[in-house]
Write a protein that binds this ligand. Structure first.
Ligand code: COA
Length: 396
Protein backbone atom coordinates (compact mmCIF):
# COMPACT_ATOMS: atom_id res chain seq x y z
CA UNK A 1 0.00 0.00 0.00
CA UNK A 2 2.71 2.44 1.05
CA UNK A 3 4.57 1.58 -2.14
CA UNK A 4 1.50 2.31 -4.25
CA UNK A 5 0.90 5.60 -2.50
CA UNK A 6 4.53 6.49 -2.96
CA UNK A 7 4.43 5.74 -6.65
CA UNK A 8 1.32 7.86 -7.03
CA UNK A 9 2.86 10.76 -5.16
CA UNK A 10 5.96 10.53 -7.30
CA UNK A 11 3.83 10.50 -10.44
CA UNK A 12 1.89 13.52 -9.23
CA UNK A 13 5.06 15.46 -8.58
CA UNK A 14 6.82 14.63 -11.81
CA UNK A 15 3.61 14.97 -13.87
CA UNK A 16 2.89 18.34 -12.37
CA UNK A 17 6.35 19.54 -13.17
CA UNK A 18 6.11 18.85 -16.86
CA UNK A 19 4.89 22.43 -17.36
CA UNK A 20 7.45 25.26 -17.58
CA UNK A 21 9.08 26.08 -14.26
CA UNK A 22 9.69 29.55 -12.95
CA UNK A 23 10.74 28.92 -9.39
CA UNK A 24 13.81 27.90 -7.51
CA UNK A 25 13.21 29.38 -4.02
CA UNK A 26 11.95 27.25 -1.15
CA UNK A 27 10.83 29.49 1.71
CA UNK A 28 8.36 26.98 3.17
CA UNK A 29 11.08 24.43 3.52
CA UNK A 30 13.42 26.69 5.36
CA UNK A 31 10.68 27.66 7.79
CA UNK A 32 10.15 24.06 8.75
CA UNK A 33 13.77 23.10 9.16
CA UNK A 34 13.94 24.47 12.68
CA UNK A 35 10.42 23.52 13.74
CA UNK A 36 9.34 21.79 16.94
CA UNK A 37 9.69 18.07 17.81
CA UNK A 38 9.06 15.86 14.74
CA UNK A 39 6.34 13.31 15.29
CA UNK A 40 4.51 12.48 12.04
CA UNK A 41 3.96 8.75 11.74
CA UNK A 42 4.17 6.73 8.55
CA UNK A 43 0.35 6.68 8.57
CA UNK A 44 0.19 10.49 8.81
CA UNK A 45 2.61 10.61 5.90
CA UNK A 46 0.50 8.26 3.78
CA UNK A 47 -2.62 10.21 4.64
CA UNK A 48 -0.88 13.40 3.58
CA UNK A 49 0.06 11.79 0.26
CA UNK A 50 -3.60 10.95 -0.28
CA UNK A 51 -4.63 14.49 0.68
CA UNK A 52 -2.30 15.89 -1.97
CA UNK A 53 -4.28 14.06 -4.62
CA UNK A 54 -7.47 15.75 -3.46
CA UNK A 55 -6.26 19.33 -3.41
CA UNK A 56 -8.80 21.55 -5.06
CA UNK A 57 -6.38 24.08 -6.44
CA UNK A 58 -3.07 23.55 -8.18
CA UNK A 59 -0.63 24.66 -5.46
CA UNK A 60 1.88 26.02 -7.98
CA UNK A 61 5.33 24.87 -9.00
CA UNK A 62 7.13 26.16 -5.94
CA UNK A 63 4.98 24.15 -3.58
CA UNK A 64 5.11 21.11 -5.84
CA UNK A 65 8.89 21.28 -5.75
CA UNK A 66 8.78 21.48 -1.97
CA UNK A 67 6.48 18.48 -1.82
CA UNK A 68 8.70 16.56 -4.19
CA UNK A 69 11.85 17.35 -2.23
CA UNK A 70 10.30 16.47 1.12
CA UNK A 71 8.87 13.26 -0.28
CA UNK A 72 12.28 12.20 -1.62
CA UNK A 73 14.04 13.17 1.58
CA UNK A 74 11.46 11.37 3.73
CA UNK A 75 11.61 8.16 1.71
CA UNK A 76 15.21 8.04 0.42
CA UNK A 77 17.16 10.42 2.63
CA UNK A 78 19.63 13.06 1.37
CA UNK A 79 19.90 13.61 -2.38
CA UNK A 80 22.00 10.78 -3.76
CA UNK A 81 21.70 11.05 -7.53
CA UNK A 82 23.94 12.90 -9.99
CA UNK A 83 23.02 16.48 -10.80
CA UNK A 84 21.13 16.70 -14.16
CA UNK A 85 22.60 18.82 -16.92
CA UNK A 86 21.81 22.54 -17.07
CA UNK A 87 19.50 22.08 -20.04
CA UNK A 88 17.43 19.45 -18.28
CA UNK A 89 15.41 22.21 -16.58
CA UNK A 90 12.73 20.19 -14.89
CA UNK A 91 14.90 17.47 -13.43
CA UNK A 92 17.49 20.04 -12.41
CA UNK A 93 14.85 22.05 -10.51
CA UNK A 94 13.71 18.87 -8.76
CA UNK A 95 17.27 17.90 -7.98
CA UNK A 96 18.02 21.40 -6.63
CA UNK A 97 14.97 21.23 -4.39
CA UNK A 98 15.91 17.86 -2.98
CA UNK A 99 19.58 18.72 -2.64
CA UNK A 100 18.70 21.95 -0.80
CA UNK A 101 17.41 19.82 2.08
CA UNK A 102 20.97 18.75 2.83
CA UNK A 103 21.10 16.22 5.63
CA UNK A 104 17.62 16.87 7.01
CA UNK A 105 16.64 13.63 8.82
CA UNK A 106 13.92 11.49 7.23
CA UNK A 107 11.59 11.96 10.22
CA UNK A 108 11.81 15.73 9.98
CA UNK A 109 11.18 15.64 6.24
CA UNK A 110 8.14 13.47 6.82
CA UNK A 111 6.81 15.89 9.44
CA UNK A 112 7.44 18.89 7.17
CA UNK A 113 5.65 17.14 4.32
CA UNK A 114 2.63 16.46 6.56
CA UNK A 115 2.62 20.08 7.82
CA UNK A 116 2.86 21.47 4.32
CA UNK A 117 0.00 19.30 3.03
CA UNK A 118 -2.08 20.18 6.06
CA UNK A 119 -1.63 23.90 5.39
CA UNK A 120 -2.55 23.36 1.72
CA UNK A 121 -5.61 21.30 2.65
CA UNK A 122 -6.80 23.93 5.10
CA UNK A 123 -6.87 26.50 2.31
CA UNK A 124 -8.64 24.06 0.01
CA UNK A 125 -12.40 24.02 0.58
CA UNK A 126 -13.12 20.29 0.51
CA UNK A 127 -12.05 17.11 -1.16
CA UNK A 128 -15.18 16.38 -3.09
CA UNK A 129 -15.24 18.90 -5.89
CA UNK A 130 -11.69 18.46 -6.97
CA UNK A 131 -10.58 18.80 -10.53
CA UNK A 132 -8.58 15.63 -10.89
CA UNK A 133 -4.90 15.67 -11.67
CA UNK A 134 -4.17 14.38 -15.12
CA UNK A 135 -2.76 11.09 -13.88
CA UNK A 136 -5.94 10.35 -11.91
CA UNK A 137 -7.85 10.09 -15.18
CA UNK A 138 -6.12 6.82 -15.90
CA UNK A 139 -8.52 3.90 -15.48
CA UNK A 140 -8.13 2.04 -12.23
CA UNK A 141 -5.34 4.35 -10.97
CA UNK A 142 -6.79 6.24 -8.02
CA UNK A 143 -10.42 5.33 -8.40
CA UNK A 144 -10.81 5.33 -4.64
CA UNK A 145 -9.11 7.76 -2.28
CA UNK A 146 -9.19 7.29 1.46
CA UNK A 147 -8.21 10.04 3.88
CA UNK A 148 -8.39 10.38 7.63
CA UNK A 149 -8.57 13.71 9.39
CA UNK A 150 -10.30 15.32 12.37
CA UNK A 151 -11.69 11.97 13.52
CA UNK A 152 -13.33 11.34 10.14
CA UNK A 153 -12.28 8.71 7.61
CA UNK A 154 -13.46 9.73 4.15
CA UNK A 155 -13.77 7.28 1.28
CA UNK A 156 -13.99 9.23 -1.98
CA UNK A 157 -15.12 7.70 -5.27
CA UNK A 158 -12.71 9.20 -7.73
CA UNK A 159 -13.65 8.40 -11.32
CA UNK A 160 -15.27 11.71 -12.20
CA UNK A 161 -14.85 11.10 -15.94
CA UNK A 162 -17.10 8.05 -15.60
CA UNK A 163 -19.45 9.72 -13.13
CA UNK A 164 -17.88 7.56 -10.40
CA UNK A 165 -19.33 4.33 -11.80
CA UNK A 166 -18.22 1.40 -9.65
CA UNK A 167 -15.81 -1.04 -11.25
CA UNK A 168 -15.34 -4.53 -9.84
CA UNK A 169 -12.03 -3.39 -8.37
CA UNK A 170 -13.75 -0.48 -6.64
CA UNK A 171 -16.24 -2.83 -4.96
CA UNK A 172 -13.27 -4.74 -3.52
CA UNK A 173 -11.43 -1.56 -2.55
CA UNK A 174 -14.47 -0.07 -0.82
CA UNK A 175 -14.84 -3.26 1.22
CA UNK A 176 -11.18 -3.05 2.24
CA UNK A 177 -11.52 0.64 3.05
CA UNK A 178 -14.58 -0.02 5.21
CA UNK A 179 -12.80 -2.81 7.03
CA UNK A 180 -9.83 -0.54 7.74
CA UNK A 181 -12.12 2.33 8.79
CA UNK A 182 -13.97 0.06 11.20
CA UNK A 183 -10.67 -0.50 13.02
CA UNK A 184 -8.97 2.88 12.75
CA UNK A 185 -9.21 5.59 15.38
CA UNK A 186 -11.74 7.73 13.52
CA UNK A 187 -15.19 8.29 15.01
CA UNK A 188 -17.16 8.67 11.79
CA UNK A 189 -16.81 7.29 8.25
CA UNK A 190 -17.97 9.16 5.18
CA UNK A 191 -18.59 8.00 1.61
CA UNK A 192 -18.62 10.71 -1.04
CA UNK A 193 -17.80 11.33 -4.69
CA UNK A 194 -15.36 13.54 -6.55
CA UNK A 195 -16.69 15.70 -9.38
CA UNK A 196 -20.23 16.50 -10.46
CA UNK A 197 -21.70 13.05 -9.71
CA UNK A 198 -21.92 11.15 -6.46
CA UNK A 199 -22.02 7.84 -8.33
CA UNK A 200 -23.64 6.47 -11.49
CA UNK A 201 -24.01 3.01 -10.01
CA UNK A 202 -22.56 -0.23 -11.20
CA UNK A 203 -20.12 0.22 -14.09
CA UNK A 204 -22.09 -1.38 -16.89
CA UNK A 205 -18.90 -2.51 -18.58
CA UNK A 206 -18.47 -4.91 -15.64
CA UNK A 207 -20.81 -7.10 -17.65
CA UNK A 208 -18.65 -7.11 -20.77
CA UNK A 209 -15.51 -9.04 -21.62
CA UNK A 210 -17.11 -12.30 -20.54
CA UNK A 211 -15.75 -15.22 -22.56
CA UNK A 212 -18.32 -17.45 -24.28
CA UNK A 213 -19.64 -20.07 -21.88
CA UNK A 214 -18.59 -18.08 -18.80
CA UNK A 215 -21.69 -15.93 -18.47
CA UNK A 216 -23.24 -18.05 -15.71
CA UNK A 217 -20.02 -18.02 -13.75
CA UNK A 218 -19.73 -14.25 -14.15
CA UNK A 219 -23.29 -13.82 -12.84
CA UNK A 220 -22.54 -16.14 -9.92
CA UNK A 221 -19.34 -14.35 -8.92
CA UNK A 222 -21.07 -10.98 -9.40
CA UNK A 223 -23.80 -12.04 -6.98
CA UNK A 224 -21.23 -13.16 -4.40
CA UNK A 225 -19.40 -9.85 -4.73
CA UNK A 226 -22.63 -7.88 -4.40
CA UNK A 227 -23.66 -9.85 -1.35
CA UNK A 228 -20.27 -9.38 0.36
CA UNK A 229 -20.27 -5.69 -0.54
CA UNK A 230 -23.69 -5.00 0.95
CA UNK A 231 -22.87 -7.15 4.01
CA UNK A 232 -20.01 -4.73 4.79
CA UNK A 233 -22.50 -1.85 4.98
CA UNK A 234 -24.91 -3.88 7.13
CA UNK A 235 -22.15 -4.75 9.59
CA UNK A 236 -20.24 -1.48 9.63
CA UNK A 237 -19.91 -0.67 13.33
CA UNK A 238 -19.43 3.11 13.38
CA UNK A 239 -21.65 5.98 12.24
CA UNK A 240 -21.62 5.94 8.44
CA UNK A 241 -22.47 9.12 6.56
CA UNK A 242 -23.16 9.60 2.84
CA UNK A 243 -22.14 13.03 1.59
CA UNK A 244 -24.07 13.02 -1.68
CA UNK A 245 -22.36 15.68 -3.76
CA UNK A 246 -24.39 15.17 -6.95
CA UNK A 247 -26.70 12.74 -8.77
CA UNK A 248 -26.79 9.19 -7.48
CA UNK A 249 -27.83 6.12 -9.47
CA UNK A 250 -28.44 2.42 -8.81
CA UNK A 251 -26.55 0.75 -6.00
CA UNK A 252 -25.23 4.06 -4.69
CA UNK A 253 -28.87 4.91 -3.95
CA UNK A 254 -30.11 1.55 -2.71
CA UNK A 255 -27.44 1.23 -0.02
CA UNK A 256 -28.36 4.65 1.38
CA UNK A 257 -30.96 2.87 3.51
CA UNK A 258 -28.01 1.27 5.35
CA UNK A 259 -26.29 4.58 6.13
CA UNK A 260 -26.90 6.39 9.41
CA UNK A 261 -27.07 9.85 7.88
CA UNK A 262 -27.44 11.05 4.28
CA UNK A 263 -26.57 14.67 3.51
CA UNK A 264 -27.26 15.85 -0.03
CA UNK A 265 -26.63 18.91 -2.16
CA UNK A 266 -29.79 20.30 -3.72
CA UNK A 267 -28.26 19.33 -7.07
CA UNK A 268 -28.45 15.63 -6.21
CA UNK A 269 -31.02 13.28 -7.68
CA UNK A 270 -31.80 9.71 -6.67
CA UNK A 271 -32.50 7.20 -9.39
CA UNK A 272 -32.93 3.42 -9.35
CA UNK A 273 -33.84 2.44 -12.92
CA UNK A 274 -33.83 -1.31 -12.33
CA UNK A 275 -36.78 -2.16 -14.54
CA UNK A 276 -35.32 -0.11 -17.40
CA UNK A 277 -32.19 -2.23 -17.06
CA UNK A 278 -34.01 -5.55 -16.73
CA UNK A 279 -32.71 -5.81 -13.17
CA UNK A 280 -34.15 -5.87 -9.65
CA UNK A 281 -33.44 -4.01 -6.38
CA UNK A 282 -30.35 -4.65 -4.26
CA UNK A 283 -28.65 -3.12 -1.24
CA UNK A 284 -31.57 -4.26 0.97
CA UNK A 285 -33.67 -1.54 -0.65
CA UNK A 286 -36.59 -3.95 -1.15
CA UNK A 287 -36.87 -3.82 2.64
CA UNK A 288 -35.40 -0.45 3.69
CA UNK A 289 -37.19 1.70 1.10
CA UNK A 290 -40.76 0.59 1.92
CA UNK A 291 -39.87 0.95 5.59
CA UNK A 292 -38.48 4.46 5.09
CA UNK A 293 -41.00 5.89 2.63
CA UNK A 294 -43.97 3.53 2.54
CA UNK A 295 -44.56 0.85 -0.05
CA UNK A 296 -46.15 2.89 -2.84
CA UNK A 297 -43.42 5.54 -2.88
CA UNK A 298 -40.83 2.75 -2.77
CA UNK A 299 -42.58 1.05 -5.68
CA UNK A 300 -42.47 4.26 -7.72
CA UNK A 301 -38.72 4.32 -7.26
CA UNK A 302 -37.74 0.66 -7.35
CA UNK A 303 -40.27 -0.67 -9.87
CA UNK A 304 -41.04 2.33 -12.09
CA UNK A 305 -37.65 4.03 -11.77
CA UNK A 306 -39.00 7.41 -10.66
CA UNK A 307 -36.10 9.80 -10.18
CA UNK A 308 -36.35 11.86 -6.99
CA UNK A 309 -34.96 15.32 -6.45
CA UNK A 310 -32.96 15.83 -3.27
CA UNK A 311 -35.89 17.61 -1.66
CA UNK A 312 -38.30 14.81 -2.56
CA UNK A 313 -35.85 12.24 -1.20
CA UNK A 314 -35.62 14.28 2.00
CA UNK A 315 -39.39 14.55 2.35
CA UNK A 316 -39.60 10.78 1.91
CA UNK A 317 -37.00 10.15 4.59
CA UNK A 318 -34.23 8.74 2.40
CA UNK A 319 -32.13 11.89 2.83
CA UNK A 320 -31.51 13.43 6.25
CA UNK A 321 -30.96 17.01 5.12
CA UNK A 322 -30.51 18.96 1.90
CA UNK A 323 -28.11 21.90 1.57
CA UNK A 324 -27.76 24.55 -1.14
CA UNK A 325 -25.03 23.45 -3.51
CA UNK A 326 -23.09 26.69 -2.95
CA UNK A 327 -22.62 25.99 0.77
CA UNK A 328 -22.98 22.21 0.78
CA UNK A 329 -19.37 21.24 1.38
CA UNK A 330 -18.75 23.90 3.99
CA UNK A 331 -21.89 23.25 6.02
CA UNK A 332 -21.63 19.48 5.90
CA UNK A 333 -18.00 19.29 6.97
CA UNK A 334 -18.47 21.75 9.81
CA UNK A 335 -21.35 19.62 11.04
CA UNK A 336 -19.42 16.35 10.70
CA UNK A 337 -16.34 17.72 12.43
CA UNK A 338 -18.52 18.68 15.40
CA UNK A 339 -20.11 15.22 15.48
CA UNK A 340 -16.72 13.54 15.28
CA UNK A 341 -15.78 15.06 18.62
CA UNK A 342 -18.55 13.20 20.45
CA UNK A 343 -17.40 10.19 22.49
CA UNK A 344 -16.69 7.55 19.81
CA UNK A 345 -17.55 4.50 21.89
CA UNK A 346 -20.92 5.90 22.87
CA UNK A 347 -21.71 6.64 19.20
CA UNK A 348 -20.64 3.16 18.13
CA UNK A 349 -22.64 1.43 20.81
CA UNK A 350 -25.74 3.54 20.12
CA UNK A 351 -25.50 2.72 16.44
CA UNK A 352 -25.18 -0.97 17.19
CA UNK A 353 -28.19 -0.93 19.51
CA UNK A 354 -30.21 0.47 16.62
CA UNK A 355 -28.74 -1.81 13.95
CA UNK A 356 -28.47 -5.09 15.84
CA UNK A 357 -32.22 -5.59 15.95
CA UNK A 358 -32.31 -5.73 12.17
CA UNK A 359 -28.98 -7.25 11.27
CA UNK A 360 -30.09 -10.82 10.79
CA UNK A 361 -33.04 -9.75 8.69
CA UNK A 362 -30.91 -7.45 6.54
CA UNK A 363 -28.41 -10.24 5.84
CA UNK A 364 -31.22 -12.56 4.78
CA UNK A 365 -32.71 -9.90 2.50
CA UNK A 366 -29.32 -9.17 1.00
CA UNK A 367 -28.79 -12.85 0.22
CA UNK A 368 -32.19 -13.10 -1.42
CA UNK A 369 -31.82 -9.93 -3.49
CA UNK A 370 -28.35 -11.01 -4.68
CA UNK A 371 -29.58 -14.39 -5.78
CA UNK A 372 -32.54 -12.89 -7.66
CA UNK A 373 -30.19 -10.47 -9.38
CA UNK A 374 -27.93 -13.32 -10.42
CA UNK A 375 -30.87 -14.63 -12.46
CA UNK A 376 -31.78 -11.18 -13.79
CA UNK A 377 -28.26 -10.60 -15.08
CA UNK A 378 -28.71 -13.62 -17.34
CA UNK A 379 -32.02 -12.36 -18.74
CA UNK A 380 -32.47 -10.99 -22.27
CA UNK A 381 -34.01 -7.82 -20.81
CA UNK A 382 -30.84 -7.10 -18.88
CA UNK A 383 -28.43 -8.01 -21.69
CA UNK A 384 -30.33 -5.82 -24.16
CA UNK A 385 -30.34 -2.84 -21.78
CA UNK A 386 -26.59 -3.07 -21.30
CA UNK A 387 -25.91 -3.48 -24.99
CA UNK A 388 -28.09 -0.44 -25.65
CA UNK A 389 -26.19 1.67 -23.11
CA UNK A 390 -22.81 0.57 -24.42
CA UNK A 391 -23.84 1.24 -28.01
CA UNK A 392 -25.15 4.63 -26.85
CA UNK A 393 -28.71 3.86 -27.78
CA UNK A 394 -29.95 4.39 -24.22
CA UNK A 395 -29.15 6.71 -21.41
CA UNK A 396 -31.09 7.25 -18.23
N1 COA B 1 -21.20 2.40 -16.33
C1 COA B 1 -20.25 2.59 -17.24
N2 COA B 1 -19.92 3.79 -17.74
C2 COA B 1 -20.60 4.85 -17.26
C3 COA B 1 -21.61 4.73 -16.32
C4 COA B 1 -21.90 3.43 -15.84
N3 COA B 1 -22.83 3.21 -14.90
N4 COA B 1 -22.10 5.96 -16.05
C5 COA B 1 -21.42 6.82 -16.82
N5 COA B 1 -20.51 6.15 -17.55
C6 COA B 1 -19.55 6.71 -18.50
C7 COA B 1 -20.19 7.01 -19.85
O1 COA B 1 -20.18 5.85 -20.66
C8 COA B 1 -19.24 8.07 -20.36
O2 COA B 1 -18.06 7.43 -20.82
P1 COA B 1 -17.28 8.00 -22.12
O3 COA B 1 -16.86 9.39 -21.75
O4 COA B 1 -16.16 7.04 -22.31
O5 COA B 1 -18.30 7.99 -23.23
C9 COA B 1 -18.86 8.84 -19.11
O6 COA B 1 -19.14 7.98 -18.02
C10 COA B 1 -19.66 10.10 -18.91
O7 COA B 1 -21.02 9.78 -18.97
P2 COA B 1 -22.05 10.47 -19.98
O8 COA B 1 -23.11 9.47 -20.29
O9 COA B 1 -21.34 11.07 -21.15
O10 COA B 1 -22.60 11.65 -19.05
P3 COA B 1 -24.08 12.25 -18.99
O11 COA B 1 -24.03 13.36 -18.01
O12 COA B 1 -24.60 12.55 -20.35
O13 COA B 1 -24.99 11.05 -18.40
C11 COA B 1 -25.56 9.31 -16.86
C12 COA B 1 -24.71 10.55 -17.10
C13 COA B 1 -25.16 8.71 -15.50
C14 COA B 1 -27.05 9.70 -16.85
C15 COA B 1 -25.34 8.27 -18.01
O14 COA B 1 -23.95 8.07 -18.16
C16 COA B 1 -25.97 6.93 -17.74
O15 COA B 1 -27.13 6.73 -18.03
N6 COA B 1 -25.16 6.00 -17.17
C17 COA B 1 -25.63 4.65 -16.84
C18 COA B 1 -26.12 4.63 -15.42
C19 COA B 1 -26.64 3.26 -15.07
O16 COA B 1 -27.43 2.68 -15.77
N7 COA B 1 -26.14 2.74 -13.93
C20 COA B 1 -26.48 1.43 -13.47
C21 COA B 1 -27.64 1.52 -12.55
S1 COA B 1 -28.04 -0.07 -11.90
Amino acid sequence: MAGVVGRLARRWCSGALSSPLQVTRFPTLQLHLCGPAMTASQKDFENAMNQVKLLKKDPGNEVKLNLYALYKQATEGPCNVPKPGVLDFINKAKWDAWNALGSLPKDNARQNYVDLVSSLSASSESPSQVTPAADRKQPGGDALVVTSQDGITTITLNRPDKKNALTTQMYHDIMLALEAASKDDSAITVLTGNGDYYCSGNDLTNFTDVPPGAVEEKARSGAVLLRDFVDCFIDFPKPLVAVVNGPAVGISVTILGLFDIVYATDRATFHTPFSHLGQSPEGCSSYTFPKIMGSSKATEMLVFGKKLTAREACTQGLVTEVFPDSTFQKEVWVRLKAYSKLPPNAMRISKQVIRNREKEKLHAINAEESSILQERWLSDECMNAIVNFLSRKAKL
